[in-house]
Design a protein around this ligand. Structure first.
Ligand SMILES: [Zn+2]
Ligand SMILES: [Zn+2]
Length: 451
């Protein structure tokens, strides 16, 4: 017998905003506790040889008039309606199908014999009727939509395997360790829960921008427990950076270290073993950098320009990754008094608003920058321009980075509801936190996030 190839782990990640709308529609589609069904149509993202993600692009919950029969024991959809769904999402958009239904009971649901039969036939039908041979993922929920089970069928409808399912910001397992390792390093964080600590250890963070804010951010989130990093920055360390990079030395600047290597050094200083840091000294517009970022669990952008933030947001939307955006700004008024700001923005995952329609970044400036950026970078490299631009100080960057880390910590442990996104601006010396009401951020028909 041949050794079977190790098949990749499969993840279905439904972002919080999508889940809210979808589950609401499921609840509304029934009058009592009869079974309801819903469809998610997903794009497949092969993250690596070991990992595949299915990312929901559209969802449909048929209303009662789309069924021929609907009862507590099962339902049958009208042919015409079903045909319409398949035409739109499989034929035209070439997506895969997630079929979700409920069982009229409470607690952990199990697929029934009828489910097995029906789904096996359906899986075969899909792969034999559409050129792209879409896969069938099926899910069963209890009537409260709290408990579920998911599986993916092979194309012949002969067998299925369990898949990992998540409806939160991250697709990490929330089960705590069996507790065989006691790590003294995190003893003082135990109050937040072992599950949270384990998630931090599994989280892969893509950090775009390893300068004044990014480096502090990496040091803080690294100390909190994050060991897997993808670092993107094409710049090298310079003397003018030394006022705000923790543990950076004049030697590093003299030796012209890449900033990604310097931040990698910070992480390796925290974890002598067990960390995994991929340092990519390239621009975020490079294809290799984009691929790496798309594979992460979380994207953090800590650059000082609009164009790289736009790229980060576009990637976050395309691959449904959570995005955290960090920035500071110092203005010197005509009377020589400074006004200082730091800003942390987290657009919602799965729709609502984004950095573009929320006006967090300016598209016009982004376009100008990406043109000017190439020229400046070339000029800097051949030594025409000194790398001195806007004012920047360690303590203000630290405030920004700390707040960003705090928000990520709370996204994992749930002590702050970020589902609608957030945009916080801190003003100094007034010492005010201004919190934008996310309800005002979305505009109709955003070109980027489609909200
Ligand atoms: Zn069933
Ligand atoms: Zn938008």
């Amino acid at each position: 017998m041949n050794n079977p190839k190790k098949s990749p782990q499969i993840f279905l990640h439904i972002p919080p905003q999508v889940w809210h709308q979808f589950s609401h529609a499921m609840m509304n589609a029934r009058t009592t506790n009869e079974e309801v069904i819903g469809f998610l149509f997903c794009k497949r993202h092969q993250v690596s040889k070991q990992k595949v993600r299915y990312l929901p692009q559209s969802w449909v919950v048929p209303s009662p008039d789309c069924y021929e029969r609907q009862s507590a024991s099962g339902l049958v959809m009208k042919q015409q309606f079903h045909q319409y769904l398949l035409q739109t999402f499989l034929e035209k958009e070439k997506l895969d199908v997630v079929h979700i239904h409920t069982h009229a009971e409470r607690g952990q649901p199990e697929f029934s014999g009828v489910d097995d039969l029906y789904e096996s036939e359906y899986a075969r039908f899909l792969s034999s009727n559409f050129k792209k041979k879409p896969r069938l993922i099926s899910g069963v929920f209890d009537e409260t939509l709290q408990h579920s089970q998911f599986r993916i069928w092979d194309r012949k409808g002969k067998s299925f395997e369990r898949i990992n399912y998540s409806q939160s910001w991250f697709e990490l397992s929330q089960e705590a360790n069996s507790g065989n390792e006691t790590n003294l390093m995190f003893a003082r964080q135990q109050a937040f829960g072992e599950g949270v600590q384990k998630q931090l250890g599994e989280l892969t963070v893509a950090l775009i921008g390893c300068g004044g804010i990014g480096a502090i951010f990496a040091e803080l989130l690294g100390r909190l427990g994050v060991k897997k990093w993808i670092l993107i920055d094409r710049d090298r360390l310079e003397s003018v950076n030394l006022n705000r990079l923790p543990a950076a030395t004049q030697d590093m600047a003299t030796q012209q270290w890449y900033k990604v290597h310097y931040v990698k050094h910070l992480i390796k200083r925290i974890y002598a073993t067990g960390s995994c840091v991929k340092a990519i000294p390239a621009s975020i517009t490079d294809e290799s950098a984009k691929q790496a970022v798309a594979a992460a669990d979380l994207i953090v952008v800590a650059t000082d320009n609009h164009s790289s933030r736009q790229v980060a947001q576009e990637l976050a939307l395309a691959y449904m990754r959570p995005l955290v955006c960090l920035g500071t700004h110092i203005d010197i008024k005509p009377d020589n008094t400074p006004r200082m700001y730091c800003r942390v923005t987290v657009p919602p995952l799965g729709g609502g608003w984004c950095l573009m329609c929320g006006n967090i970044i300016n598209l016009h400036r982004a376009a100008l920058e990406s043109a000017a950026d190439e020229i400046n970078h070339l000029a800097t490299r051949v030594g025409y321009v000194e790398g001195i631009s806007d004012p920047a100080v360690f303590w203000l960057n630290s405030l920004c980075a700390s707040t960003g880390v705090g928000i990520i910590h709370s996204m994992l442990s749930g002590f702050l509801d970020v589902d609608n996104g957030l945009d916080w601006i801190y003003e100094f010396p007034e010492s005010n936190w201004l919190k934008t009401n996310p309800d005002y951020l979305g505009t109709c028909g955003c070109y980027f996030c489609g909200s």
